[in-house]
Structure formats: structure tokens, C-alpha cells
Write a protein that binds this ligand. Structure first.
Ligand code: FAD
Length: 452
């Protein structure tokens, strides 16, 4: 039994179903909860973007604020620092005579580097993996034999499906007394867009409110398969992603409630499809584990070179939603003004940057890293590599005809007109067509392809 342990929160900002925290409490007389906004996750990235934009920072700080309140209810508090995690922990070790450090595992290169410097401080460290639905050890193959095609992974995994039991919120967290944090000091000023169809607020409490609403109040989960490709409204998809990314809720908890929902209202294709998407999340996590830093390389998991012709102006236009292609610009403007974009939108803007504008896909991935409030290292870089044709897509030549997609998913131009005021007065069919003034610069490659 340790007299005093440090619980280092990472992307597991919750009390319910927190495996590593539960272990720390069981093994220690006192546990000191701690979070550090590490310098590796702030500042500029190597791709001309910021590592963390204000929308994500705000969502993170809201999540920490909620975590602190929940900890206080369990007789603990939270120590918050910004800077170098290992250096901050070193100071706490000396101040509070800490004997051991507990935390959840992360697999990103920066996260692993930080954990290494924490381990180098010399105290016993106990880390646990709990991010995914299916534990690595329960997979019917080793990570090195992970199939490179999702459907093979899903077929094999589903047959031997095993999801661990959900862990309850601890009754009490014996701790030391710490000062309450003044979150306003840290909170960035973010202009809320009036156009946003959903307002994300960080934290475990809000994650459960969203689950309650999506599963049990509106029961929209029951029609998820039919609605999930829509673009407007708050309930066409679960919107769980930002809370999952920061671990405000675990995939295991969502799975448990999904099973309860199926018991109450029957399983259908939609309830299965949500599980299917959570399996994609697991899959990208395991792909990242198998290939490590290769997922950040230009050629990704492939042997051939990714073809690109650098053009900074085009990339800037893409970022700002000024390409002249309404479907691309509307999605990018939604991202820039809210920190979120639908999956349909993400596939299209990513395909457009890589396959039509022929730009280095990592510029897009890094921009998403800055902007998305649900940024998750494995899901983001894995999906980008997939769309760029250097990841796990067995169809390497997949290409989205972004005009056709606009007609298919936004036939009446409601979405593009909503985000692009310049188009408001145009008839619907013209609003979907590329802006004439921009054609010569940007959409030549599209017209080289057969339209449909
Ligand atoms: P739902 O459709 O309700 O799905 C439920 C959950 O399943 C999601 O919350 C998510 O955790 C998981 N999920 C769904 N689709 C995928 C997928 N394709 N890959 C992995 N997990 C999935 N998702 C992130 O969480 N973080 C990212 O940084 C991220 N970057 C992406 C970048 C690109 C280029 C693309 C094409 C997709 C990316 N996604 C990412 C996946 C997906 O777009 C989002 O998870 C989804 O749109 C979030 O909305 P939702 O919670 O309503 O999803």
C-alpha cells in the first residue's frame, strides 16, 4: 500500500469506468489527482498549423473544470499545471512525498515521450490501457498480425467479442486538500457561431447528458443508420466523439448503455451500426499501435510514394473555405466556426485536398488536429491516411466527386447556403455548382474526371 500516490489524468477525464484511477485508489492511502497541459500539445506544429486551437482548448478546460467538481464531491480536488509534465510532477513528488504514479496508457509518439520522462523520475509507475472497447489481449490475433483491412478485423473480432465490465464511480477518493482552480484565468475567448446546430460543452457530466438524450430521450439511436450521413441538425449522429477523445466517457460505458437500450427497445441495424463505428475507432487505435510513427509519414503504410504538387495558396484557400467548391467551403467554414464537421464532410474535404488539389495530406491532418474538438491522434491520422490512399483502404484509387456528393447529401443546397452567405440568393442548383470565378484556378482536376 502506498501512503501517497499521484493520479496523472491524461485522455481519461472521468471518474466512471476509469480503470487506472480505481487501481490507484485501491493501492493507496491517499491519491492526488493531477493534470498537466503539456507544452508538447500547445504552440505551432511542423505543418504550419497550431497543435491545439481555441475550440479544443476550451472544450478541454471545461472537461477539467467538470472533473474538478466531480472530484470535490468525492473529497478530493485537482492540481492543474501548464508546462513540462515531468518537471511539474517532480516538484509535486518533493512537496507531497509521493511514492507512486498511476495513469492511463496512450499510444501517440508525443504522449509516449512524456510518459517516458515521467517514468525516468524513478518512482514506481503503474499504467493501464482502457481506451478501446476490446482490450488488446482479448483480440483473436497479436498486434503484429492485425489485419490490414477493417472488414477482416471486424469479422474476426466480432466472433470472439469480449468487452470488459464497466467500473463504477469510486465512493470516496481520500486525498489532500488543494486550492480550487480559477478556470476563467485559463479559458480562451471563443466566439460561438450562431449557425452551429449543436453546442458542445466539455466534461463527464455533459457526456452523460448527451448519451441520455441520444439514447433514451429522443431515441435517435434507433434510426442512426438512416440519418448518419446527414449534414444539418443536432441528432443525425451521436456527437459522442469529443467526449470520447478526451475520455470524458469510455467506449465501454457507451457499449453498456447500447446493450441496455437494445434490451429495452430491441436491437436493429442502427444500434449495430453505432457499434460498427466504435469498432472503427478501435481499429485505428490498433493500426496506430501496429505501425507506430509510420502513420505520420507521407507514404503512410504503403511502399509507393504519395504524389503531390505543393501549392501553399491552394492549401490556404482550402483551410479558409475559399476554394470555390461550395461543398468543400461550407464544411471547412463549419469546422473553422465550430470545431466540428460531420463524417461525410471530413471524407469530402480530405479527398479534395489530397486527390483533387494534390497536396500533402499531412497538412490537412495537422489542420484538423488544430481545429477539431474531437481530435484523436489515431482516428485523425488513420482516417487521413485512409482517404489519401496510403492507409488501410483496400481501394487505393477511391475518390469523392465532391459536386456529386453535394447533390446526393444536400440536394436542396440547404447546408451550403447555411454556411456560405455568398450563395444565399442563388437558385439551389447553382448554389451547388462551383463558384464560377474560381473555376480556372481550382477545379480543373475535377472536370478532368468524368462528372458522374
Ligand atoms: P458517430 O457517427 O455517431 O459515431 C460514433 C462514434 O464512433 C464516434 O464518436 C467515433 O468515436 C467513432 N467513429 C465513427 N466514425 C469513425 C471513424 N471513421 N474512425 C474512427 N472512429 C469513428 N474521429 C475522431 O474521433 N477524431 C478525429 O480526430 C477524427 N478525424 C477524422 C479525420 C478524417 C479525415 C475523417 C474522414 C474522419 C475522422 N474522424 C475522427 C472519424 C469521424 O468522422 C468522427 O468520429 C465522427 O464524425 C464523429 O461524429 P459522431 O460522434 O457523431 O460519430
Amino acid at each position: 500500500m502506498h501512503k501517497v500516490s499521484l493520479y496523472w489524468f491524461r485522455n481519461d477525464l472521468r471518474l466512471k469506468d476509469n480503470v487506472a484511477l480505481t487501481k490507484a485508489i485501491k493501492a493507496s492511502e491517499k491519491v492526488i489527482p493531477f493534470y498537466c497541459l503539456d507544452e508538447k500539445f500547445t504552440g505551432p506544429s511542423e505543418y504550419n498549423s497550431q497543435k491545439m486551437g481555441d475550440f479544443r482548448l476550451k472544450f478541454l478546460l471545461e472537461s477539467l473544470q467538470d472533473l474538478e467538481l466531480n472530484l470535490i464531491q468525492k473529497n478530493a480536488g485537482l492540481i492543474f499545471r501548464k508546462g513540462n509534465t515531468a518537471a511539474e510532477i517532480k516538484q509535486l513528488i518533493e512537496k507531497y512525498n509521493i511514492e507512486a504514479i498511476y495513469f492511463s496508457d496512450e499510444i501517440g509518439q508525443e504522449e509516449k515521450a512524456i510518459a517516458k520522462s515521467v517514468k525516468n523520475l524513478g518512482l514506481p509507475c503503474f499504467s493501464t490501457e482502457s481506451k478501446t472497447l476490446c482490450k488488446e489481449g482479448d483480440l483473436p490475433f497479436s498486434i503484429s498480425n492485425l489485419p490490414d483491412v477493417f472488414s477482416q478485423f471486424r469479422n474476426k473480432t466480432e466472433k470472439h467479442w469480449s468487452v470488459r465490465a464497466e467500473i463504477p464511480v469510486p465512493d470516496n477518493i481520500p486525498s489532500i486538500s488543494v486550492e480550487k482552480i480559477n478556470w476563467q484565468e485559463w479559458m480562451p475567448t471563443v466566439a460561438e457561431s450562431e449557425k452551429a446546430s449543436f453546442r458542445f460543452v466539455g466534461g463527464e457530466s455533459e457526456a452523460w447528458k448527451r448519451l441520455q438524450s441520444y439514447f433514451w430521450e429522443t431515441k435517435n439511436i434507433g434510426i442512426y443508420k438512416e440519418t448518419r450521413n446527414q449534414l444539418m441538425g443536432s441528432n443525425f449522429s451521436s456527437r459522442f466523439s469529443p467526449w470520447l477523445a478526451l475520455g470524458c466517457i469510455s467506449a465501454v460505458s457507451i457499449y453498456n448503455d447500447l446493450k441496455k437500450y437494445e434490451e429495452s427497445y430491441n436491437a436493429n441495424e442502427s444500434t449495430y451500426w453505432l457499434l460498427f463505428e466504435l469498432m472503427w475507432r478501435d481499429y485505428f487505435h490498433f493500426v496506430h499501435k501496429k505501425y507506430g510513427n509510420q502513420i505520420f509519414q507521407l507514404n503512410g503504410l504503403k511502399d509507393q510514394t504519395f504524389y503531390h504538387v505543393p501549392n501553399e495558396i491552394w492549401v490556404e484557400k482550402w483551410k479558409n473555405g475559399e476554394t470555390g467548391i461550395p461543398f468543400i467551403d461550407a464544411n471547412m467554414r463549419e469546422l473553422n466556426q465550430t470545431g466540428w464537421m460531420s463524417n461525410r464532410g471530413r471524407q469530402n474535404v480530405a479527398s479534395f485536398l489530397c486527390k483533387d488539389l494534390k497536396q500533402d495530406w499531412r497538412l490537412g491532418a495537422a489542420y484538423f488536429e488544430e481545429k477539431l474538438i474531437d481530435y484523436d491522434v489515431s482516428s485523425n491520422w488513420g482516417n487521413w491516411a485512409y482517404v489519401a490512399g496510403v492507409g488501410n483502404d483496400p481501394r487505393e484509387s477511391r475518390w469523392f466527386n465532391v459536386i456529386k456528393q453535394n447533390y446526393e447529401y444536400d440536394r436542396w443546397a440547404r447546408y451550403v447556403k447555411h454556411w456560405i452567405p455568398e450563395l444565399e440568393k442563388l437558385p439551389d442548383n447553382l448554389a451547388i455548382e462551383p463558384w464560377k470565378a474560381e473555376i480556372e484556378y481550382y477545379i480543373l482536376p475535377i472536370f478532368l474526371h468524368e462528372r458522374w
